[in-house]
Design a protein around this ligand. Structure first.
Ligand SMILES: [Zn+2]
Ligand SMILES: [Zn+2]
Length: 334
């Protein structure tokens, strides 16, 4: 089968033939129909997220089950599924025993089995989530990392009726977070550097938009503040600054920043009793909720589709921030 392989950091991904996978006990093989690209793929590409090489990247894969390993009982050949980053806990640690295999220290991921930038992909049955009827493969890609992360971030902030939510950054994650917050009936605004993205966010359901300027925290405070700030930006500086825009008992959830962060506004943190949380893929239920919202037409991901042969160009577009708003390999275009 054809696969895109990272062999060295900072080098183009090699498109080459590799052996077809064979499923072991508890595993399946899917024919990949589409595979989304994420900023964390860029981090792996540059060695800023250390991963043993060579590796086939791709952690937003969706496709059709074509082979079952021994002992697979839940999935069937022909099922439409996507595969999560974390697929399988070893089962005996405290996290697995308490029903949180996502936090298993020996969890198996695409790094162990190979990711979705290949014609066929090996996956654990436990890592596959069925796609509901009515969702296209292309739209479904965005659920498995961008959507999952954004929904987990929102749920992690424990939104209450009447809360005001500010989404910092309108990109792959942010354009989903805005729609989730609005779909839940929460007053939703965006903070961005781009007037175009303010307009676009309003089309997605945002009630208002704020230009970040030099200080997104001041800009948010001047606009009345927020109970929840969902930070989807990679900028640690902006994440630190936006703290100042929180209201009393506000919650800042950061899910995309890359690099050290230094919070300087202790007044807001202490006197307003605010909290700061990190978040990724927290609970499988968040992913299922995202898939259902997309299938019901209540949330619409914007996904640019590219043929497999363009994968290095796609990665460069993701790194340059020119994708609107998620990019995916669509194997039907090759
Ligand atoms: Zn991702
Ligand atoms: Zn475990």
């Amino acid at each position: 089968m054809r696969a895109a392989v990272i062999t060295r950091v900072d080098s183009p991904w090699e498109l080459r033939d590799v052996p077809d996978p064979t499923p072991g006990p508890g595993q399946v093989v899917l024919r990949v129909h589409a595979s989304g690209m994420c900023f964390s793929d860029v981090l792996v590409h540059h060695g800023r997220w250390p991963v043993p090489l060579p590796v086939v990247p791709g952690h937003e894969p969706v496709g059709e089950i074509v082979a079952l390993g021994p002992g697979v009982t839940r999935l069937r050949v022909g099922d439409r599924v996507g595969v999560s980053w974390l697929q399988h806990g070893e089962g005996r640690c405290k996290e697995c025993q308490s029903g949180h295999p996502l936090y298993c220290p020996q969890g198996q991921t695409w790094i162990d089995l190979g990711g979705g930038n290949s014609e066929y992909m090996l996956a654990w049955e436990s890592g596959c989530t069925l796609l509901p009827d009515g969702i296209s493969y292309l739209d479904a890609t965005s659920a498995f990392c961008a959507g999952f992360t954004s929904m987990s971030g929102l749920r992690n902030a424990d939104p209450k009726p009447g809360d005001r939510v500010a989404v910092l950054g309108v990109g792959g994650l942010g354009h989903m977070a805005v729609q989730f917050s609005a779909a839940l009936g929460l007053e939703t605004l965006v903070i961005t550097n781009s007037p175009d993205k303010v307009r676009y966010a309003k089309e997605l359901g945002a009630h208002d938009g704020i230009l970040a300027g030099d200080d997104p925290g001041k800009a948010l405070a001047d606009a009345g503040g927020a109970d929840i700030v969902l930070c989807t930006t990679t900028s640690a500086k902006q994440v630190a600054q936006v703290l100042s825009g929180l209201r009393y008992a506000g919650r800042l959830v950061t899910m995309g920043m890359t690099g050290p962060v230094q919070f300087e506004d202790m007044t807001t943190l202490l006197f307003k009793q605010c909290s700061i949380k990190g978040s990724t893929h927290n609970s499988r239920g968040d992913l299922v909720e995202v898939l259902d919202l997309i299938a019901a037409g209540k949330v619409k991901p914007r996904v640019e589709a590219y043929p497999f042969e363009k994968i290095n160009d796609v990665r460069e577009r993701v790194e340059a921030g020119t994708v609107r708003y998620r990019a995916a390999i669509d194997y039907s275009l090759s």
